[in-house]
Design a protein around this ligand. Structure first.
Ligand code: IPD
Ligand code: CA
Ligand code: CA
Ligand code: CA
Length: 281
């Protein structure tokens, strides 16, 4: 299959290179975590690898683009208000990179091989590049605004499924147990009996990439942060899918409650979440 960089230039090549280097390093450290820390709760983990990888990505991007801004998960004080403030600050910059060094830290810590690096670029608030790299499967998902999305040179596209009962749906549970967990549980209770199956793999970004390539037909989650979904959102859109908030409003990089799908089952997901009062909004 095609090496990643062949057709890419500029910002996209920088994102791909950073994601590839970061992913390789993360994979080499699986099972060797030395510092296991927690953030907002005992379920909200962080390791020295998350922090080190974020620094690495920061360096790699700033080498090429020293005047660009970077919003990375481990550079922001945890908590809804500080994330919103950091995003507001980031929005002041023409070029804002949005970075999740490891999406799926809990999986990484447990050796559950489902995590990724997620790097997006927003230019004047609009997502223009989205790269997600899964180092375990060596899968590089790349999207460029207006130019489509591809995996190792092959264009990606969402599934054609129209029937909720024949759909495989992904979702997730953020560490927050007071607000997000009840909302996601209510959504699960509503949707699980109506679809073919539900998967909660523990990486929002990879689930979005899987919507983009048609491995799942839809995905939703209440309680995300910009770095969990920025790259994945562009991948889904450029693969012909749809992304909104849980009420069906257009996605914005500040959107925390996200529904992504092949477009065909989107109304079903949004109306189900509304019916279950599981929108988080
Ligand atoms: C988390 C993962 C998880 C999702 C959480 C995220 P992290 O990101 O994407 O699947 O349920 O909402 O916070 O902390 O592993 O980067
Ligand atoms: Ca985290
Ligand atoms: Ca994340
Ligand atoms: Ca992370």
């Amino acid at each position: 299959r095609e090496p990643y960089v062949v057709t890419s230039k500029g910002h996209t090549a920088a994102a791909i290179n950073a994601a590839a280097k970061a992913g390789e390093w993360i994979k080499s450290r699986q099972g060797q975590v030395k510092e296991l820390g927690s953030k907002t709760s005992a379920q909200d983990l962080v390791t020295e690898v998350d922090k080190g990888v974020e620094q690495m990505i920061r360096r790699l991007i700033l080498t090429h683009y020293p005047d660009h801004a970077i919003l990375g998960e481990e550079g922001v004080q945890p908590g809804t208000d500080s994330v919103a403030a950091a995003l507001e600050e980031g929005r002041q910059h023409e070029y804002l990179w949005i970075v999740d060094p490891i999406d799926g830290t809990t999986n990484f810590v447990h050796g559950f091989p489902f995590y990724c690096v997620s790097i997006a670029l927003a230019v004047k608030g609009e997502l223009t590049v989205g790269v997600i790299y899964d180092p375990i499967r060596d899968e590089m998902f790349v999207a460029e605004k207006g130019k489509g999305a591809y995996m190792h040179g092959v264009p990606t596209s969402v599934s054609a499924e129209t029937v909720p009962g024949d759909s495989l749906i992904a979702m997730g549970f953020p560490p927050d147990r007071t607000f997000a967990q009840p909302a996601n549980m209510a959504g699960l209770q509503q949707i699980l009996p109506q679809v073919r199956g539900i998967r909660a793999g523990g990486s929002a970004a990879l689930h979005l990439a899987y919507v983009a390539v048609g491995r799942v037909d839809g995905y939703w989650e209440v309680g995300l942060s910009p770095w969990d979904c920025a790259a994945g959102v562009l991948l889904v859109k450029e693969s012909g899918g749809k992304v909104t908030d849980t009420l069906g409003n257009p996605y914005d990089i500040g959107t925390r409650h996200v529904v992504a799908s092949n477009g065909k089952i989107h109304d079903y997901l949004v109306s189900s979440l509304k019916e279950a009062k599981a929108t988080g909004l």
